[in-house]
Ligand binder design. Structure first.
Ligand code: 1BN
Ligand code: ZN
Length: 379
């Protein structure tokens, strides 16, 4: 009796392992081709517009707090977002470290559908770094920040244009938050600005967030950060504080559009200090769409070569179309699907548990039948 029981357990484990390996193989079997697949939705995101927005930002110069390029860059973003959202607001603040000058900074917020209850926030930092500590030359000089700063802004402005054009079909509010003072922290012996930390601007924003919404009527769905989304061979990592369901839904969306390399089933997991942490600290589910800027393929992070020549429109397209598709799938009026419990987080129920139970029962019945037919031996 005991022996039969343990044989059945072994059988169950063996079949489970087989199913698990089939499932894992089918997930890992990426072809790494990045051609567009046919989409469930009409997607209007235009990567050329996003690219041109990056080019315009670079024409202002280095968007470092305390400079005229910084002021001009902010005015330009505010003017742009004002025309493609229902409400645009400036969140002005200053940063002063002990013994240092005070710097005027501003976050810029554009809202679509401000009367809706649920809020989806898209964020990108718009300041560019004041030093190039990872370059071999002129480390104390500012960088263009085409990818690190420019790309997120470029994609968000184009997304705002697209989503605003069909805002009446959306079930939620969308916030476009352009975040200042993200990139002046300390790295490799240099501060961008003396004694600053990374993500200063988003920290001040979450401290003041009650000025921008009514907690008794409105609630936050998620915060989606775009940082360095324009480099060649785009491959997003999974930031360790990322919400699991949000990650699964967005990465699945990307893969369904054919972007298997960018939204890998097996992304590198990294802990990165960035603006999403401020929103995570107040309990909002977050994701940071960012590359491995330490050991990845795109090697121009915090160097003077973070310029237009190292921006790839294809990466802007991949990011923009994936986000647009995500918004259409989960936030179209009349559509009740939620990203909060994804098929991937539930994959064990339909694809593994049921087949394993079924096969185990089937094999046990077969064994029972066989035993019944065995000739009886008389000694
Ligand atoms: C990410 C993108 N960061 C700045 N731009 C944050 C960071 C950079 C944190 C270098 C630590 C080191
Ligand atoms: Zn940076």
């Amino acid at each position: 009796m005991k022996k039969k029981f343990s044989t059945n357990i072994m059988l169950f484990l063996f079949i489970s392992l087989n199913f698990l390996s089939i499932e894992t193989n089918s997930i890992d079997n990426n072809d790494f081709s990045q051609t567009d697949h046919i989409s469930d939705f009409t997607l209007d995101f235009n990567e050329s517009n996003a690219y041109n927005h990056i080019s315009t930002q670079l024409e202002f110069g280095f968007r470092v707090p305390g400079t005229s390029a910084h002021n001009n860059g902010a005015e330009w973003i505010y003017d742009q977002i004002s025309t493609i959202t229902d409400v645009a607001q400036k969140h002005e603040f200053s940063i002063q470290k002990d013994g240092q000058p005070s710097y005027n900074c501003q976050n810029i917020l554009g809202k679509i559908n401000p009367e809706k209850e649920q809020i989806v926030i898209f964020g990108a930092h718009w300041d560019s770094r004041n030093v190039a500590e990872k370059d071999i030359y002129n480390q104390s000089q500012p960088i263009p920040g085409a990818n690190d700063g420019g790309s997120g802004v470029g994609v968000l402005l184009e997304l705002a244009r697209v989503l605003f054009s069909y805002k009446n079909n959306l079930s939620c509010q969308i916030w476009f938050l352009f975040i200042d003072a993200e990139d002046q922290g300390y790295s490799r012996g240099l501060y961008g600005l003396q004694d600053w930390v990374y993500a200063e601007g988003s920290q001040v924003f979450v401290e003041d967030i009650n000025e921008f919404y009514n907690p008794s009527k409105e609630s936050f769905e998620c915060f989606i950060l775009l940082d360095m989304v324009g480099g060649t061979n785009l491959e997003f990592v999974k930031e360790s504080r990322t919400n699991e369901d949000l990650h699964n839904s967005i990465f699945k969306e990307g893969r369904e559009l054919g972007y298997n390399q960018t939204f890998s089933t097996n992304p590198k997991i990294m802990s990165i200090t960035d603006d999403h942490l401020s929103f995570n600290s107040i309990g909002i589910p977050v994701i940071d769409l960012i590359i491995d800027f330490i050991a990845g393929d795109w090697i121009y992070h915090h160097t003077h070569s973070d310029d237009l020549s190292h921006i790839d429109s294809e990466s802007l397209r991949i990011t923009g179309r994936t986000i647009e598709s995500f918004v259409k799938r989960y936030y179209t009026l009349g559509n009740d699907t939620s990203w909060k419990i994804t098929e991937e987080s539930n994959i064990f129920i339909p694809y593994i548990i049921f087949p394993v139970l079924f096969t185990t029962c089937f094999v046990m019945i077969l064994r029972k039948k066989r035993e019944g037919k065995k000739p009886v031996l008389y000694h």
